[in-house]
Design a protein around this ligand. Structure first.
Ligand SMILES: [Zn+2]
Length: 110
Protein backbone atom coordinates (compact mmCIF):
# COMPACT_ATOMS: atom_id res chain seq x y z
CA UNK A 1 0.00 0.00 0.00
CA UNK A 2 2.72 2.41 -0.92
CA UNK A 3 1.51 5.91 -1.66
CA UNK A 4 5.01 7.12 -2.41
CA UNK A 5 7.42 6.19 -5.15
CA UNK A 6 10.80 4.80 -3.99
CA UNK A 7 12.37 8.09 -5.18
CA UNK A 8 10.02 10.12 -3.00
CA UNK A 9 10.72 7.85 -0.03
CA UNK A 10 14.47 8.26 -0.53
CA UNK A 11 14.03 12.05 -0.51
CA UNK A 12 11.84 11.94 2.59
CA UNK A 13 14.44 9.78 4.34
CA UNK A 14 17.19 12.21 3.41
CA UNK A 15 15.22 15.12 4.84
CA UNK A 16 14.36 12.98 7.89
CA UNK A 17 10.67 13.51 7.19
CA UNK A 18 9.78 9.93 6.39
CA UNK A 19 8.92 8.99 9.96
CA UNK A 20 6.37 11.82 10.13
CA UNK A 21 4.43 10.66 7.10
CA UNK A 22 0.94 9.27 7.44
CA UNK A 23 1.61 5.97 5.56
CA UNK A 24 4.59 5.23 7.82
CA UNK A 25 2.59 5.98 10.96
CA UNK A 26 -0.18 3.67 9.74
CA UNK A 27 2.20 0.82 8.89
CA UNK A 28 4.26 1.07 12.07
CA UNK A 29 1.10 1.23 14.17
CA UNK A 30 -0.25 -1.87 12.44
CA UNK A 31 3.06 -3.64 13.05
CA UNK A 32 3.05 -2.65 16.73
CA UNK A 33 -0.54 -3.80 17.26
CA UNK A 34 -0.10 -7.14 15.49
CA UNK A 35 3.24 -7.82 17.16
CA UNK A 36 1.81 -7.15 20.60
CA UNK A 37 -1.32 -9.21 19.92
CA UNK A 38 0.76 -12.16 18.71
CA UNK A 39 3.14 -11.67 21.65
CA UNK A 40 6.13 -11.88 19.31
CA UNK A 41 9.67 -11.34 20.63
CA UNK A 42 12.16 -8.68 19.55
CA UNK A 43 13.13 -9.19 15.91
CA UNK A 44 16.81 -8.66 16.72
CA UNK A 45 17.62 -10.29 20.08
CA UNK A 46 14.65 -12.67 20.32
CA UNK A 47 13.83 -11.64 23.88
CA UNK A 48 10.27 -10.74 24.95
CA UNK A 49 9.53 -7.11 24.16
CA UNK A 50 9.13 -4.73 27.06
CA UNK A 51 6.18 -2.67 25.80
CA UNK A 52 6.82 -0.01 28.46
CA UNK A 53 10.36 0.60 27.19
CA UNK A 54 9.45 2.30 23.90
CA UNK A 55 10.09 -0.56 21.44
CA UNK A 56 10.76 0.58 17.88
CA UNK A 57 9.26 -0.45 14.56
CA UNK A 58 12.36 -1.34 12.56
CA UNK A 59 13.04 -1.99 8.87
CA UNK A 60 14.47 -5.49 8.39
CA UNK A 61 16.17 -4.31 5.18
CA UNK A 62 17.21 -0.72 6.00
CA UNK A 63 14.97 1.83 4.31
CA UNK A 64 17.99 3.74 2.97
CA UNK A 65 19.16 0.61 1.16
CA UNK A 66 15.71 -0.37 -0.07
CA UNK A 67 13.33 2.61 -0.21
CA UNK A 68 10.83 0.51 -2.15
CA UNK A 69 10.48 -1.71 0.94
CA UNK A 70 10.15 1.18 3.41
CA UNK A 71 6.37 0.88 3.60
CA UNK A 72 6.23 -2.86 2.93
CA UNK A 73 4.60 -4.50 5.92
CA UNK A 74 6.63 -7.71 5.55
CA UNK A 75 9.81 -5.64 5.92
CA UNK A 76 8.83 -4.36 9.36
CA UNK A 77 9.59 -5.81 12.77
CA UNK A 78 9.31 -4.64 16.35
CA UNK A 79 12.60 -4.45 18.25
CA UNK A 80 13.74 -3.33 21.71
CA UNK A 81 14.70 0.31 21.97
CA UNK A 82 18.27 -0.74 22.88
CA UNK A 83 18.51 -3.22 20.00
CA UNK A 84 17.50 -0.52 17.52
CA UNK A 85 20.17 1.82 18.87
CA UNK A 86 22.80 -0.91 18.65
CA UNK A 87 21.78 -1.72 15.07
CA UNK A 88 21.98 1.96 14.10
CA UNK A 89 25.46 2.28 15.62
CA UNK A 90 26.69 -0.95 14.05
CA UNK A 91 25.61 0.33 10.64
CA UNK A 92 28.07 3.21 10.90
CA UNK A 93 31.00 0.85 11.32
CA UNK A 94 31.66 -0.63 7.92
CA UNK A 95 33.15 -4.10 7.81
CA UNK A 96 36.66 -3.68 6.42
CA UNK A 97 37.09 -5.73 3.29
CA UNK A 98 40.26 -7.18 1.88
CA UNK A 99 41.38 -6.82 -1.73
CA UNK A 100 39.48 -9.95 -2.69
CA UNK A 101 36.25 -8.37 -1.46
CA UNK A 102 35.88 -10.67 1.51
CA UNK A 103 35.87 -9.29 5.05
CA UNK A 104 39.38 -8.89 6.49
CA UNK A 105 40.42 -12.05 8.33
CA UNK A 106 38.14 -14.21 6.19
CA UNK A 107 39.43 -17.78 6.27
CA UNK A 108 42.29 -16.89 8.59
CA UNK A 109 43.22 -19.98 10.68
CA UNK A 110 42.43 -19.68 14.38
ZN1 LIG B 1 15.93 -6.84 21.39
Amino acid sequence: MSTYTPQQIAQLLQRREFYQTYPWKQQSKKCRINWKRANKPCGLCGKPIDWQARPICDHIVPAKEAPHLALEYSNLQMVCHGCNTRKALAKEVETPTGLDGFPAGWGTPE
